[in-house]
Ligand binder design. Sequence first.
Ligand code: PLP
Length: 403
Amino acid sequence: MSFPVTRATFDEVMVPNYSPAGFVPVRGAGSRLWDQQGREFIDFGGGIAVNGLGHCHPELVAALTEQAGKLWHVSNGLTNEPALRLAKTLVDNTFAERVFFCNSGAEANEACFKLARKYAADHYGPQKNVIVSTRNSFHGRTLFTVSVGGQPKYVEGFLPAPSGIRHCTFNDIDSLKEAMGDDVAAIVLEPVQGEGGVLPATRAFLKAARELADQFNALLVFDEVQTGVGRTGALYAYMEYGVTPDLLSSAKALGGGFPIGAMLATARAAASFVVGTHGSTYGGNPLATAVGLRAVEVINTPAVLGGVRAKGQRFIDGLNAINAEYKVFREVRGMGLLLGAVLAEEYAGRAKDFVKAAEKQGLMVLVAGTNVVRFAPSLVIPEQDIDEGLARFKAAVASIAAK
Ligand SMILES: *Cc1c(COP(=O)(O)O)cnc(C)c1O
């Protein structure tokens, strides 16, 4: 049954762990959204790097509706065709030789961390169990993944945290070296720190991590939940860097908006997850994997991936032009269509104000922490929508700079 609901209903019935915008979207098409009052927004946020093909892409709608009439769910006591096709496609197009499906980025990372410990225990003994991660990284919200994430604010109030986790400084090779030892099971890195401020790793840092992982018999894990599936202009960012991990987590754009997560693995590492060691009721669900397969097929083409680089440059040029006039940013950084405008000293801590000002102009942008305005639009956003959205963003920036 349908009955009226508004933004106010949120405060009455939802757990207060979010503070959503004042409007409620009801419809989306491509890079545009409409709210309950029919007001239109250009979407530069993409559901936080999830809607890789925008809203209601016809190919994804077709994949979902076709599968919806065939088979929704079977237990993992059975396999299914869409899951096998998506796994085969990921294996054919990446370093991976084996795939494990789940439902979110946190679960994909949880699988990676558990497998890394299991692999280390199988081959070297249980004392080899430390996960080395970087401060200010983000790997999800389960207790294990927030603990690995290294942002204390996300663990506060939830202690005791799991042990066997060590943090070093991102892009600091000496700091990573100091964190290494024979007890290290895995090094976990985001090729571009997303939530941490859209900060790309240097190639030297990722190369050093690969070498140190090999030297200490540890696995190298890349968290590509945000950078994966075309976001940086390659199917996965590791391809752009030329540094190959042993395990990789994928989610967000993998389903284009339908919940799915995946762990990509070498066969040698995967072999430690023998029958009964790990699982997920919904992981590899036919609906999710049918949509995921189509998303990967559409995105993994020279036209779409090349388009990401060109569109990213158009964004950077547009943001720099706005900045030349208003001097609100210290720098614009990122890769492909994962971009961050770092606020200048004068505006430090006010990223959220830019989101609110943009909303008033009919534009959705994101923050990454309190100091970075983040952009993660559809990978196939038309140039016209980029230009119109940037014009709206300019008006938003002007409204803040004028005060
Ligand atoms: C979003 C994100 C996650 C968590 O994904 P969920 O689907 O919210 O669990 C993990 N790692 C990175 C890099 C992310 O950006």
